[in-house]
Design a protein around this ligand. Structure first.
Ligand code: AMP
Length: 427
């Protein structure tokens, strides 16, 4: 068969009906946990000013250097399809004066994000994320609350083998010292690094730490670790985070290589991965951290904050791997069949009455023969079939056939709902 003329563009996918239940289940699970913890939902536009991400995520990051879908408007503005959520939400926080609200402000979001990446399993150019931001609080307990809410959603979805990796990358006081020590070490080992890392070493040396290249991994095995360079404030912050984590039943480990590539992160960074990851997921399901400098980077004041995001498509791949049960649309227990033009004409209002009464009804309006309609009813497994023939349509009556007992009664159309509800109750 030849390929159809038009197809989805590289890295972008249709979400087909058979997968919708996964998306719904994930949104419901997220909403349930986030509402309990008093997060309010926010939606920001898909297009944002390119500078928003250049200033916050950072010029020398993969996202800004290689992955932004940028477009120029007719008015010559440079806009991007948002690659992540945090910068937009901090923009909204500053734009709408959320600073005057009781702090911290807790927000959550769900929606599509775009990165011009090389498409592969678990890595798409359009993907969905849900996430949380807690803005206006410096206490390390909110770092752990951020971890906890993300972990809880994944756990409630039935994912197994979850592991939280935590690290601290310090702040403006101590990170320059660590950076210096790391660069010194990497310079000495330069020839052992991949060509990408030789470049990264100059512009964003911390990124070298999460290079997956085996050669680089070997060099990094004895590299200096950020936790050894933390100032007193950052050390205390990390200690508190770990103590709060100890009180929870959340499996975690300290991972000195975890840096996360974006410029706005300070102190705590974390990722949640599935240790039982299937081939399709790539392991990391969610990530986040503290970003105490982001507000200032965007022209606001000192506003400490913390947040995280999770990738919906990777979670779905994991759910499928874990054979998680999701319920697809419910089977209609009632089926409506019509015979003859008059009955067909009267059908739509009757179905509408049943819908308003909350009764799900199947139909096959495109088919006129009763046999074909009953065939569909039995394929659907409907328990009751309502039959409206020419005679019933004239007399305002309808036949109600109980498919289990094969009993059939004629009732007034005005009594259909009562009758159907009785039969459904009897089952
Ligand atoms: P990040 O904003 O990079 O920390 O991403 C947060 C989460 O979104 C990751 O842990 C992934 O689960 C997911 N994610 C990030 N990039 C992609 C992508 N290109 N395709 C699919 N999921 C992604």
């Amino acid at each position: 068969m030849s390929k159809p003329k038009f197809q989805t563009v590289t890295g972008m996918h249709d979400i087909l009906p058979q997968d919708q239940a996964y998306y719904e289940k994930i949104q419901e699970a997220a909403k349930k946990v986030f509402s309990f913890y008093d997060f309010e939902k926010i939606d920001t536009p898909i297009l944002e000013d390119a500078n928003l991400f250049i200033k916050s995520v950072g010029e020398n990051t993969d996202i800004v250097e290689k992955e932004m879908f940028t477009l120029k408007t007719k008015g010559k503005d440079s806009l991007v399809l948002r690659p992540e959520g945090t910068a937009s939400i901090m923009r909204a926080y500053l734009e709408h004066g959320f600073l005057s609200l009781p702090q911290p402000v807790r927000l959550w979001y769900y929606g599509p994000f775009f990165r011009y990446e090389k498409p592969q399993a678990g890595r798409y150019r359009q993907f969905n994320q849900f996430g949380v931001e807690i803005i206006g609080e410096a206490d390390p307990i909110v770092d752990v609350q951020t971890i906890l809410v993300m972990y809880s959603v994944l756990n409630d979805l039935g994912l197994k083998g979850l592991m939280v990796k935590v690290n601290s990358i310090g702040d403006d006081n101590c990170r320059p010292l660590y950076r210096k020590a790391l660069v010194k070490y990497l310079r000495e080992k330069k020839s052992g690094l991949c060509s990408d890392c030789q470049k990264r070493m100059k512009v964003n040396p911390l990124r070298v730490l999460d290079c997956k290249n085996e050669k680089c991994q070997e060099v990094l095995s004895s590299a200096p670790q950020s936790v050894d360079y933390l100032c007193e404030g950052c050390k205390k912050h990390l200690k508190d985070v770990l103590e709060y984590l100890d009180e929870l039943k959340v499996p975690y480990c300290l991972d000195s290589r975890l840096v996360r590539g974006l410029d706005y992160y300070t102190r705590t960074v974390f990722e949640i991965e599935s240790t039982k990851a299937g081939e399709n997921t790539g392991g990391v399901l969610a990530g986040g951290g503290r970003y105490d400098n982001l507000s200032k980077m965007l022209g606001g004041g000192e506003t400490p904050a913390c947040g995280a995001a999770a990738g919906v498509e990777r979670i779905i791949a994991e759910m499928k791997e874990n054979k998680a049960r999701v319920s697809f649309s419910s089977v209609p227990e009632i089926f409506f069949a019509q015979i003859g033009p008059l009955a067909k004409k009267k059908s739509l209002p009757i179905l509408e009455d049943l819908r308003k009464a909350g009764i799900k009804v199947g139909e096959a309006f495109g088919k006129d023969a009763l046999k074909a309609q009953l065939g569909k009813a039995s394929r659907l497994g409907s328990k009751v079939v309502l039959i409206l023939g020419q005679r019933e349509a004239l007399n305002n009556m309808i036949l109600v056939r109980n498919m289990q007992t094969a009993k059939q009664v004629e009732v007034k159309q005005e009594d259909i709902i009562k009758e159907v509800k009785n039969i459904l109750k009897e089952k």
